[in-house]
Design a protein. Sequence first.
Length: 479
Amino acid sequence: MNRVRFAPSPTGLLHIGGARTYVFCWLFARSTGGQLVLRIDDTDAGRNTQESLRSILDGLEWLELPWDEQHYQSERRPIHVRAAEALLAKGVAYRDFTAEGAAEAERGEGGPWLFNPGMRDLGAIESDRRASSGEPFVIRFRVPREQPGGVGFKDLVFRKHFRRFADIEDFALLRANGHPTYHLASTVDDGEMGITHVIRGQDHLTNTFKHILLLQAMGFDRPSFAHLPLLLGPDGSKLSKRRHGPIVSVTNYRDMGFLPAGFMNYLSLLGWSPKDNREVLTVEQLVDAFRIEHVLRTNAVVQVGEKPGETQVDPKAVWLNGQHLRSMPPAQLLPYVEAYFRGSGWWRDEFSGARREWFLEAIDALRSRLNLLSEFPVRCRAYFHDDFGFEPKALANLDRDGVRDMLRELAARIERAPDFTEQSVEHELRMLSAEREVKAGLLINGSRAALTGQPVGPSAFRVFTLLGKDRVVARLRAV
């Protein structure tokens, strides 16, 4: 069975690049009948924060793509330490007593630091003596640079890669404080947990050579690797919160009113597309279509705002979300609308009680012109509250000659009519327009403006029945 892992570090908010990686991992696991492991990489205790951990878990839970197992690397520290000590005992690792920070200062002539000869060649007896005396040390992996050749692998996305042993530095496994490095913890856990596929960002590609060496030294099977292209801003720089603002954080998309399925659809198309070039896909359709080998090798551009304080969202993301919002079965959409209304203070208990059927009908009718859940309170206020404003174009429709007077007359006719349906309202409106010898459109546009404060919306006569007879009569008279 295929097993893939997602290993975020709780040192920052969940970035859309990390969320994209998670989506690809989830799609790979589900499309191949495999399992997804969520492994929190919290070995760097000095940089971890509860806020970051909460952001990661909240963002992943919001996506509604459940994982199969969850682990915290910090709880596995004894396993990592034992692995480093075993490598030391086998002679494939050694103690480096160089003062912290001094190793990097000892660079070769014009080249990168690869190893410290004085430490790499230190005899076992002397190394044990210095360690026993309490001298601090780092445990480093002994790259077999005396051997010809190197490390090669075939990436599922970026194809073949190779690096000579002579070009790989003796990387640290265990720090002087006894904490494992990323290389050690990640590789030990991949082996111990039976991870068969490692899917991660392209920026980890150079680490893979080291990880393969470690896996071989510990006797683990080598997983398949797939490195994903980077996400770039419109300026061509790597997408980051520092440069592109909070819009790169996943929870901001949730708060802006995105649907999990719409946002997941958007993330899935950042560097991948189905062979038939469809763009709007449900979660089930994405699982059926996803193949990791079809991930593109070119970086994906995310159209976000570049000015300080700007919160522009990629228009593609908004459009895709709108497609899901309008096509989702009303009963399936309702919980998301309710959650957003509750969060924004718009919720009324009657919406889930006596007026539930009306609320469901209203949501179904109003969503036709919306892209985000946040647009319900902004663009549909008149349907849920009596205090609403008027857009300039709506006021212009009300200010045409005689419109306000005719709307008051329409209110009286509707009030007297025995029925209140779309058909009966249309009948009264067209009768009035014929009697006044004006086009029906004049009254249709005027009534929509009076009832909602907007020049556009659902079908003209659906507006009347959505608001109800009493509110319609009151609002037409109030003009």
